[in-house]
Design a protein around this ligand. Structure first.
Ligand SMILES: C[S@@+](CC[C@H](N)C(=O)[O-])C[C@H]1O[C@@H](n2cnc3c(N)ncnc32)[C@H](O)[C@@H]1O
Length: 248
């Protein structure tokens, strides 16, 4: 597929420290300093999916755009895998990715995991969020809206990740993208750990909030477990942290 990603110096397809530095520059540099934001905002596929997510998602624009780039240009390069989102709130980013998956990732399903009833208990020693944050959502409303849009590849999974993911993940098959957008230490650590055995080689871990000032719990979980314990190096730090699952 032809694309409008920036052409840069450096070697395409070269692995360094388990990630593709070139790909990270294309998306991260392209969005922050190049013209990629303008190119994406003119892309009819982006506009179509963004319209669906409008007024539903709390994601920053650039982060939504990076998810778009991953779904349209990068996930199709990997073996087929599903998308699992940890933290869906009103379903904005999940519906966005489901709409894109229908166009670019035939067969891929999107699983949106959330209590759909607000944040669980948090650890006030590290998390700025409190239990009950994000309570203003309604899973039935999301289901109806998704059905109306024909998003039959979107599956809403209600409950604490700890209660739903251990049964769900072994049933669904390989995961190509784990979108971890749950803000707090315990949930970010859990979502990463439970996903690991199910990732396709070089699958993507996208941490929405680990570089957000109000989510130092998420930052600590990434630092302590993804970077220190597992030794992964990031492919992107802007507009959010992106890591690759090991190749083998
Ligand atoms: C920032 S919101 C997600 C935003 C969403 N992706 C969007 O597009 O707007 C974070 C969500 O994580 C959920 N969450 C956090 N910890 C959780 C856990 N352990 N189990 C289930 N849901 C959790 C909260 O209920 C909340 O809805």
């Amino acid at each position: 597929m032809s694309d409008y990603l920036p052409v840069l110096g450096g070697k395409k397809n070269e692995l360094r420290g388990g990630r593709h530095v070139y790909d990270g520059y294309q998306r991260g540099w392209g969005l922050e300093f190049g013209d990629l934001k303008a190119r994406v905002s003119e892309d009819p596929d982006y506009r179509f999916a963004a319209e669906i997510a409008k007024a539903r998602s709390v994601l920053l624009l650039e982060r939504m755009m990076n998810l778009f780039l991953l779904c349209k240009f990068f996930l199709p390069r990997l073996p087929l895998g599903h998308i699992v989102e940890y933290g869906s709130f009103r379903g904005g980013s999940a519906m966005f990715m489901a709409a894109l998956a229908q166009r670019f990732l035939p067969g891929a399903q999107v699983y949106a995991l959330d209590t759909f009833a607000g944040m669980p208990e948090t650890d006030r020693a590290i998390d700025a969020h409190s239990a009950g944050d994000f309570v203003n959502t309604n899973m039935e409303e999301i289901r109806l809206a998704a059905d109306k849009l024909g998003l039959n590849n979107l599956h809403l999974v209600k409950g604490l990740f700890q209660d739903t993911a251990p049964t769900l993940l072994p049933q669904i098959g390989p995961v190509a993208l784990a979108h971890i957008d749950c803000d707090i230490y315990s949930a970010v650590k859990y979502a990463y750990d439970v996903s690991k055995p199910h990732m396709v080689p070089m699958g993507y871990y996208v941490f929405d909030d680990a570089t957000t000032s109000s989510c130092i719990g998420a930052t600590e979980a990434v630092e302590a477990f993804v970077i220190q314990r597992d030794g992964l190096l990031s492919e992107q730090i802007y507009p959010h942290f992106v890591f690759r699952h090991p190749a083998a």
